[in-house]
Design a binder for this molecule. Structure first.
Ligand SMILES: NC(=O)C1=CN([C@@H]2O[C@H](COP(=O)(O)OP(=O)(O)OC[C@H]3O[C@@H](n4cnc5c(N)ncnc54)[C@H](OP(=O)(O)O)[C@@H]3O)[C@@H](O)[C@H]2O)C=CC1
Ligand SMILES: CC(C)(CO)C(=O)C(=O)O
Length: 296
């Protein structure tokens, strides 16, 4: 049985970024459902290129492994099926780390998995460069926590490991709140950017600026009803800071729409619309955006 410390399932932008950082100091296996070159190149935010030989595996037929962490870096909508295909091949107490945006797989898999379930909420930015590379577009920060605060030591261990590799991370005892703050950012930026096919920075201009502000108002009402405390900068401050910081980005939902892939609409807008319905809060703008994204 291999002693690989980190099994990463989902060899996309985030999975490769993670694998290429961890591989310098830790045993890593990167697993997917199609074959990829083992030589993978990381382009750093400074534009340097670093090529590394990774141990690749087929996620449906893993070699015998007992990893210290199973990282799932699939899109939210693909995560449950990826989990099902790999969990049966691993010791049941393997710690699971969920890297998805939104708030859909986190509560579901926290209940379902028999081992510890950690959630990682990251503002690292990465995109794929063909089958053999990943571009680290910008440094961010990763928060690691578990929804019931039962695994603080494990969260600290993972955060320290990530930080050693160059991905700055902190263990937190309020990951639920951090995930909902990220949800607010993604709900305010991604659906509008995808619907109007614009870069994040264009949201600052007319006619989009008032639309973003309407979404923020609806999201703020939902957050208050869900008792999610506002960030220090307020909801407006939080969203507009991220818009400014990612002005040149194509939001992930826009990239998905342009590539004809499914979006993470259900994971991002779904929990907000469900909470709005529970608390009887009218959210006409969020509903219209969700409906538009659901159209084929
Ligand atoms: N990229 C980023 O900068 C950030 C991403 N995130 C979040 O991280 C998650 C992943 O995003 P990202 O890396 O960009 O997405 P990608 O689409 O680049 O990667 C997803 C990967 O998962 C693979 N996959 C899908 N289903 C399975 C399966 N059943 N078994 C094994 N592999 C599978 C896909 O492979 P295939 O090619 O076969 O479809 C693909 O390689 C998302 O929830 C995203 O919101 C969060 C913050 C930043
Ligand atoms: C923060 C933001 C909006 C940056 O583009 C993002 O997380 C995404 O595109 O999904």
């Amino acid at each position: 049985m291999s002693t690989a410390s980190h099994l990463i399932v989902g060899p996309g932008a985030l999975g490769r970024l993670l694998a290429l950082h961890l591989a310098g100091t830790q045993p890593v296996v990167l697993a997917g459902r199609r074959s990829l070159p083992a030589e993978q190149t990381l382009t750093t935010p400074a534009g340097e290129q670093r090529t590394c030989h990774l141990t690749m595996a087929d996620s449906r037929q893993l070699p015998p492994l007992a990893p210290a962490f199973l990282h799932l870096t699939t899109k939210a909508y693909a995560t449950e099926s990826a989990y099902v295909s790999v969990a049966a091949q691993l010791p049941p107490a393997t710690p699971l780390v969920l890297w998805q945006n939104g708030y859909q797989v986190q509560p579901t898999l926290s209940l379902r998995h028999t081992g510890p379930v950690l959630c990682a909420s990251t503002t690292e930015g990465a995109w794929l460069s063909g089958d053999s590379g990943v571009v680290h577009a910008g440094y961010g920060l990763t928060y690691v926590g578990d929804l019931d605060n039962r695994y603080a030591e494990l969260c600290r261990t993972l955060a320290a490991t990530l930080t050693e590799t160059g991905l700055q991370a902190s263990a937190v005892d309020d990951i639920h709140i951090r995930l909902w703050h990220k949800l607010a950012i993604n709900a305010a930026i991604n659906p509008l950017a995808a619907r109007y096919r614009i870069r994040n920075g264009q949201l600052r201009d007319r006619p989009f600026r008032p639309m973003v502000n309407q979404v923020i108002e609806e999201v703020a009402a939902i957050m208050a009803a869900e008792e999610i405390p506002a960030p220090a900068s307020g909801w407006q401050g939080l969203v507009w800071q991220v818009v400014a910081g990612t002005a040149n980005n194509r939001a992930s939902m826009l990239q998905d729409v342009l590539a004809g892939r499914p979006t993470e609409r259900e994971a991002i807008l779904g929990p907000l619309l469900a909470a709005a319905s529970l608390h009887r809060i009218a959210t006409p703008v969020l509903v219209a955006l969700d409906t538009a994204l659901a159209e084929p």
